[in-house]
Design a protein around this ligand. Structure first.
Ligand SMILES: [Zn+2]
Length: 311
């Protein structure tokens, strides 16, 4: 009888898969390179699906997945139609129009459900993390880019084209930095790990270890030690993010804003200026609207993926 569930978090660099028992306890986990060595699977979803099937089979220790696995949930970094199980586009993977759920179902003979990675992250936090028990939430990830999963009246919002929450490429007036998407001044040219590194280099910060390039973590460490330039960068990041969140708050009236992803590890350096700016704009929300770091760490999307199939 099928009694275990699997969650998969496909990232641009690495993919993590977890095996959960019927009480949602994580039994085993594996991480592997999404695109293989030398990105050999870029633009080749069939080979990736073969690889994922091998990894999932190894994780269960069972050759006949259908005998023990009740369902597989997958979070995908791209445009996803969860009803059709279809990935419209995933630029980091070189995918276009991929029938991912069907492809995995045919390989494993178990039910498969997929959704966008940030909605999967949000669903994890809503079901088992910082937003558990809330009905109106905005769950953001800030890492390579920035995006949001939105919960309204207890329902995860997907939008007419499954693109709700894609605020990373919403532009900011006066900002002229070129974005890889082709536009200029997108939010994530500042509010992202690479944005923080770019600002730090422009403002003269150097790597903490001379043998490798400057990282966002270096900038965080400088800030934590009181470096005014680094503190100023996080303040600027908070200011631009707050500008977009103010509009989101006015439109959606959330009870909680949850922030995860690598940049959220900056903690107070980011959250203190962010909450100060937001509550200056919405003083009546102080004590009502919570702005918190995500609770499930980097496993939020893995756990969210589990809940795509957990009954
Ligand atoms: Zn952009």
């Amino acid at each position: 009888m099928a009694t275990v569930y699997m969650g998969v978090d496909i990232g641009g660099t690495s993919t993590t898969a977890g095996l959960f028992d019927e009480h949602r306890r994580l039994l085993a986990k594996t991480t592997f390179s999404t695109l293989g060595n030398d990105a050999q699977y870029f633009g080749d979803p069939e080979s990736f699906m073969d690889l994922l099937t091998l990894e999932l089979t190894a994780l269960t220790g069972h050759s006949r997945m259908q005998d023990i696995v009740a369902g597989v949930g997958i979070g995908v970094p791209g445009m996803v139609d969860p009803d059709r199980g279809f990935v419209g586009e995933a630029t980091n993977l070189g995918w276009k129009d991929v029938a991912l759920a069907k492809g995995m179902r045919m390989r494993m003979h178990v039910p498969v459900r997929i959704d966008h990675d940030v909605r999967t992250f949000a669903w994890g936090e809503v079901m088992a993390g910082a937003a558990k028990g809330y009905k109106n939430a905005i769950c953001l990830t800030i890492g390579t880019g920035v995006a949001a999963g939105i919960l309204i009246d207890g329902k995860l919002v997907r939008g007419a084209h499954h693109c709700a929450g894609e605020i990373g490429h919403d532009s900011i007036a006066g900002l002229a930095t070129a974005c890889p998407c082709g536009k200029t001044g997108c939010l994530e040219t500042v509010v992202s790990a690479s944005g923080i590194v770019r600002l730090a280099m422009e403002r003269g910060l150097t790597p903490r270890t001379a043998s490798r390039p400057l990282t966002a973590y270096d900038v965080y460490r400088y800030g934590a030690e009181g470096d005014p330039t680094a503190i100023g960068i996080f303040h600027y990041v908070a200011q631009l993010l707050a500008g977009k969140l103010e509009t989101a708050i006015a439109l959606l009236d959330p009870e909680i804003i949850v922030i995860g992803g690598g940049v959220s590890e900056a903690g107070e350096l980011l959250f203190t200026p962010l909450t100060e700016i937001l509550f200056r704009q919405f003083p009546w929300l102080e004590g009502k609207l919570r702005v918190v770091k995500n609770a499930l760490g980097d496993e939020a999307a893995l756990i969210g993926a589990l809940y795509h199939v957990y009954p």
